[in-house]
Structures are given as C-alpha cells and as structure tokens.
Design a protein around this ligand. Sequence first.
Ligand code: AMP
Length: 284
Amino acid sequence: MKILRTIPEIRAAAVVAARTSHRTVGLVPTMGAFHEGHLSLMREARKNNDLVVVSLFVNPTQFAANEDLSTYPRDEARDAALAEAEGVDILFAPEPAEIYPDGFATTVHVAGITEVLDGASRGIHHFDGVATVVTKLFGIVRPDVAYFGQKDAQQMLVVRRVVHDLNLDVRIESCPIVREPDGLAMSSRNVYLDPDARAQATALSRALDAAHARHDAGERDAAAIRAAAIAVLEEAGITPEYLELRDAETLAPVATTERDTLIAVAARVGAARLIDNHTLRGEA
Ligand code: AMP
C-alpha cells in the first residue's frame, strides 16, 4: 500500500494509470480512527474494484469552532496498518493546505435537506464542509464508485444530491451500519465514552429498536413511534439534541410512516456527541 500526500502524486501515479488501463477505482472517504464500520466500506470497495483508494482527512471545514477538531482521534500509523490489511492500494492522507491552499474560495452548498437534523444541530457550515470536500475528493481521485456508511444517513443524501445536481460521474454505494455487540453504532467518537457513558450510550440504538418494534407491530402514527423511542432515552437519562421521523428521501417531516421513514437521533452522552438512525420501511 502506498501512502500519498499530494494531489499530483495521487493523480499521476495511481488514478490516471488505472483509468488508462480501464481499471475501476473505488474510493472510501474517511476521517481516520478506523473501526469495523470503516473496514466494512474498504472490504466492499476491495471486492468490487481494481484499485482501492482510502482518503484519510480530518476535514476542518465541517467542524464548528466549539466542536472537537483539535481532539479528534488521530493515529495514522494504526490506520495505515488496518487499511493495508484490508488490501487497500492507496491511502491518500493530505495536509489541510493541500486541500485548502491559499486563495481557496469555493463552497458547495446543498439547500433544503441540509437545514434539518444535523444541519440544524451543528450549523449550516457542517454540510457545506462535507459537500465541498467530497466534491474535491471526487475531482482529485475520479473514482468510479464511492462508498459511504448509512450511519451518516443525512450525509449520504447530501452526497447523492451533489452527484445528481452537478452531474458527477461517480456511483454512490451505501453500506449498512456496523454495530458493537450491544447495538451501539461504531464511531470514531466512541473513544470519548467513559464506562458509565458507554453503558448509557446503548440507549440510542435501543430507542431506535423500540420505534422499529412499534412500526413492525403495525403502528403508523409518527408521534406514537417517536414517543416509544423518547421513553427509552428518558429512562436512560438522555435528552436528545433531536429525535425525529422524516421522509427517508426528502427529509420532510412526516405524520405517518406509510412511506420509507428515517428515524434519526443525535445526543450528547458523556463527552461524546453520538448519532444513529434506522429506516422504517413503508408500504407506499
Ligand atoms: P468518518 O471517518 O466518521 O467520516 O466516516 C467515514 C465513512 O465511514 C462514512 O461514510 C461513514 O458513514 C462511515 N461509517 C462510520 N461509522 C460507520 C458504521 N458504524 N457503520 C458503517 N459505516 C460507518
């Protein structure tokens, strides 16, 4: 596995070479601190492409001033070993100045779906940062396929919107959420949890399971399903930043779960801000 840090290097040495020999390129964008969720994306990319590129870039523009950019877990040597073990060909690990050189002045802004859930909670800069860096990575690596986790369900919709609206020639693949045995969604931020908070954090997936169970039992009233999830959080002493049911495609608010519905939650648990979601399958 090669570790490359500059745009000319990755373009010339790897991606152009792959394209001219008609090999397919799969890209897995990440911020590092790898866990099984990241590795599942790499495995999917490895299975289906000739050349696998993993980007490792803690993107400063998607963090707000009061968020955890400076403390975000970083261990490039460990990440490189894990990626290599998955058969990744290239780890693209640029410095911030490589991605945002002096004079950088462009922002990719997606309207509408970025204004709710994490967009409302973290601020509009968050998805502007995500959309801009992902667009840049697509321009730099020019992948045939890019792999994202359903863990970040709203991010997935934002990326799909960018690709559709800007006619980008890349296919987006969605990979299922990888969980700890007790249900907690894997996240680089789980390392912030002390033992008490770690135990408390299972309430997020349990709340989503409770909502899912109500839906599976035939309940279609969004408020009733939401109440079942809120009750689990309350019992665990968690007040969420949000817990909402929204149309799984448009993120519009819903009164019923007749169409596919995303139930998404964000909450501070101990020192971590955690997110999780389920999709409730509708009949329509
Ligand atoms: P991050 O490094 O947190 O930006 O995540 C990089 C990619 O891994 C994103 O597409 C995430 O959605 C995905 N990802 C993060 N956690 C999980 C998980 N538990 N299961 C599946 N994919 C995940």
